[in-house]
Design a binder for this molecule. Structure first.
Ligand code: NAD
Length: 322
């Protein structure tokens, strides 16, 4: 029995995740789904956005389908997403960005860097410790190398070693591992890389970088494919895996049935791929392409289809082509 934990989270998570779940149900009626409630809404109701009970429930699943969580900028509010990534040691965040003419996979270190959680905040000074370790760097670059080898491609290492000592360690470990593995590779300063990726996306294949750089780079790269409504992600560790859209809870459009569910549906396709159903994953991608080619588009892509209508059209196409 395959079990899937479903975290809708906050905001548009309540709209896009039920659709991604229906896509999985259409292909795998035998999957067993169970909800896990975490996030800002949970905090408002109970005073705790995510307790050990929820972490333990997530650990029982074969895979986790995750929406997005609102993180209010309050001093005493700990990011739930960061807590889950650390508790489940989901160290590799894979963020594919692909369209006609390019196929980029951003591999972001997901457990340390500037999101170490080691912070101090006073009235006149606040600090966040940027932590880069040998263990963290080795395991993320080794994941990126395995993916590069599988795609017969090239590895680009993104860093800021000209300014940050922590990135000298990251860069040197990545360069060493890439040389030992014998993959084709280069390295670039992250600021120059962000511009070049937009100008020459076809030159890139797998890009490995540290936590915050990967977070920003993948939002920037979403521009290449039409925005945040389209880009999925996988958070993979040695024992657990969580699949979520790159976007957040989008409070500005929540509850209006206008959010694009493609990123969430593609995250479900990555979940299928992780569980070994490659045909199912590619079938989902084909169904999305079919629906787009029929001119059924949500407002972010210039159309007038609602979130639910787009979702229903994808499921219709999936079932028709099975
Ligand atoms: P966001 O990604 O939620 O939204 C940025 C912009 O993109 C907004 O204008 C939004 O309307 C648009 N957008 C996002 N997803 C869309 C979709 N599916 N369809 C159409 N338009 C879409 O980022 P934000 O506004 O900076 O953050 C909102 C909240 O989400 C914050 O509390 C933030 O902390 C949180 N957040 C959570 C995650 C996560 O849970 N993994 C990731 C990023 C942001």
């Amino acid at each position: 029995m395959t079990t899937i934990a479903v975290v809708e989270g906050d905001g548009i998570g309540h709209e896009v995740i039920p659709i991604a779940r229906k896509v999985l149900e259409a292909l795998h009626p035998e999957f067993e789904f169970f909800p896990v409630d975490v996030g800002y809404g949970m905090w408002e109701r109970t005073g705790c956005p995510c307790a050990d009970k929820e972490i333990n429930a997530l650990k029982t699943a074969d895979a986790i389908l995750f929406g997005a969580i609102t993180t209010p900028p309050m001093k005493d509010y700990q990011s739930v997403v960061l807590r889950i990534r650390k508790a489940l040691d989901l160290y590799a965040n894979l963020r594919p960005v692909k369209a006609e003419g390019f196929d980029i996979l951003i591999v972001r270190e997901n457990t340390e860097g500037l999101y170490s959680g080691i912070e101090e905040s006073g009235p006149d000074r606040a600090t966040t410790l940027r932590v880069v370790t040998r263990k963290g760097s080795e395991r993320i670059v080794r994941s990126a190398i395995r993916l590069t080898q599988r795609r017969s491609g090239r590895l680009t290492i993104g860093h800021k070693a000209n300014v940050l000592k922590s990135d000298v360690l990251f860069r040197d470990i990545c360069l060493h591992e890439a040389r030992v593995a014998g993959v084709t590779f280069n390295d670039k300063y992250i600021d120059a890389l962000a511009l070049d990726l937009l100008q020459h996306p076809a030159l890139y294949d797998v890009v490995v970088t540290t936590n915050i750089f990967g977070d920003i780079l993948s939002d920037v790269a979403s521009y290449l494919v039409g925005g945040l409504g389209l880009t999925p992600s996988a958070n993979i560790g040695d024992r657990y895996a969580l699949f979520e859209p790159v976007h957040g809870s989008a409070p500005d459009i929540a509850g209006r049935n206008i959010a694009n569910p493609i990123a969430a549906i593609r995250s479900a396709a990555m979940l299928l791929d992780y569980l070994g159903d490659r045909d199912g994953a590619s079938g989902v991608e084909i169904a999305i392409g079919t629906v787009i080619s029929q001119g059924i588009l949500t407002p972010d892509l210039g159309g007038s289809a609602g979130t639910r209508e787009f979702g229903k059209a994808v499921i219709r196409s999936l079932i028709k082509n099975r």
